[in-house]
Write a protein that binds this ligand. Structure first.
Ligand code: ZN
Length: 436
């Protein structure tokens, strides 16, 4: 099976249960940028695809950064005088500020307040907060929950460890016919929240599972990393791989609201940008320019690396109120949106794998399709699309335009134009040359 057979939507639709099931299994794990939550997450993904788990020691110098101490959490609560847990980590991983240092204390509500985080504008929601690189501790809770607390005193326990250990990331390499690579990257450091970023993990895992069953030209490298420090660690540790990276995409936020959004590479006009702009445009999505603000695309695109890595999301981070709150739960994401996102990624890869330059072989002028039985036997929209694709592929086979150029100009799916070009080639009317 080739990757071209993955683009009709059937494969993406069939992955629906795998993606939603994976998210349900991952949602309760205590993920952070290091620690056992990341290991558990990778172990679960490794049941679906061959993930190699890498462990990089704390204190390792990584470019301008240092791998931090490993953080793990056993328990955390704020309890009243009767021992009742007023705030309990086990009710939601979001209740504890990520990377909180250990604490055991008795405090009044006023003493506790500087360590409590709420969202007054959304009084039912719990915010997501971290303190990776500044030692501190705290709890997150809803404003309504805080308003119901009395003056205390309270027993406060943060039973965490922050000590020399490892940064853990996962890597799944699917060798292709060529050593040149396509990078697919997603972050695995967020606890509890679904859109950011269980959807990225789910789509990337489903993608790798589908690719593992196909033949493909490129070698695919799926990276499952803690944000920022994880991608920097991978970049620093793999200098020999970087020259082989031809295209790349960061996947995140794919199940929430809004149309698909492609964020261009820093260069802005890479092959992956042109391909993604067409795929996303065909799905009424948006294309945005690069900015050094966002997810790991900003590391891949940074000067010194300058890799051609764009980003696919729906409504981007910070632009929906549920972002980084307890409202980004499993009910916030839609399985239909996940399926569409996976289908779009498969289309993007189809363009990267199969774009070519059609060159006319037959006589000049429109070829007589009917004589060769190339007109579809039955009518309707898809038949009309097939005829248009044949006319466009034949009508632009001047050796100066690629199949993607033709698809963009025709406003047709790339796969339709490619199928038409293959049919014409099989009938001796054109040949398909590799892109220069
Ligand atoms: Zn985030």
């Amino acid at each position: 099976m080739s990757t071209a057979e993955l683009v009709d939507g059937t494969a993406a639709a069939a992955a629906r249960e795998d993606m939603t099931g994976l998210m349900t299994e991952l949602v309760g794990m205590y993920r952070s940028i290091t620690g056992d939550g990341v290991r558990e997450t990778l172990a679960r993904v490794a049941k679906d695809v061959p993930v190699a788990v890498h462990e990089v020691p704390s204190g390792t110098a990584v470019l301008d950064w240092t791998v931090p101490p490993e953080w793990n959490v056993r328990d955390a609560y704020v309890a009243d005088r009767t021992g009742h847990r007023v705030i309990d980590l086990h009710a939601s991983p979001l209740h504890l500020v990520g990377y909180s240092v250990p604490v055991r204390a008795t405090m009044t509500l006023d003493e506790l307040r500087p360590h409590l985080h709420t969202l007054p504008e959304h009084p039912e929601w719990v915010p997501y907060r971290t303190s990776y690189y500044t030692p501190g501790w705290g709890f997150c809770l809803s404003q309504r929950h805080l308003d119901a607390m009395d003056d205390g005193p309270y027993d406060v326990l943060v039973d965490t460890t922050l000590e020399p250990g490892f940064l853990t990331y996962g890597e799944c390499v699917l060798p292709g016919e060529q050593p040149e690579e396509v990078l697919v990257s997603t972050h695995v450091c967020h606890p509890a929240m679904a859109n950011d970023n269980l959807t990225g993990i789910a789509v990337a895992t489903a993608l790798a599972r589908l690719l593992a069953g196909t033949t493909h030209r490129y070698t695919y490298r799926l990276l499952l990393l803690p944000g920022t420090i994880g991608s920097l660690t991978w970049l620093a540790g793999n200098p020999e791989v970087l020259p082989r990276v031809r295209h790349g995409v960061v996947l995140t936020g794919l199940g929430g609201p809004g149309p698909l959004v492609w964020k261009r590479t820093r260069h802005g006009r890479r092959a992956v940008d042109r391909a993604a702009e067409h795929v996303v445009g065909q799905r009424d999505g948006e294309v945005r320019d690069y900015s050094p603000w966002g997810y790991d695309e900003r590391q891949y695109n940074a000067p010194g690396f300058d890799l051609p890595v764009g980003r696919l999301t729906r409504t981007p981070h910070g632009e929906y109120p549920e972002y980084h709150t307890s409202a980004d739960d499993l009910s916030f994401v839609s399985a239909d949106n996940l399926v569409e996102a996976l289908a779009a990624v498969l289309e993007l890869l189809d363009v990267l794998e199969h774009d070519a330059v059609p060159v006319r072989c037959g006589p000049p002028g429109e070829p007589q399709l009917g004589r060769r039985g190339l007109y579809p036997g039955i009518g309707g929209h898809s038949a009309q699309e097939q005829v248009l694709a044949l006319l466009w592929a034949a009508g632009c086979a001047d050796g100066e335009h690629s199949l993607l150029d033709v698809a963009r100009r025709a406003g047709l799916p790339f796969a339709a134009v490619r199928r038409a070009a293959v049919l014409l080639a099989e009938n001796g009317l054109l040949e398909l040359r590799d892109l220069a």
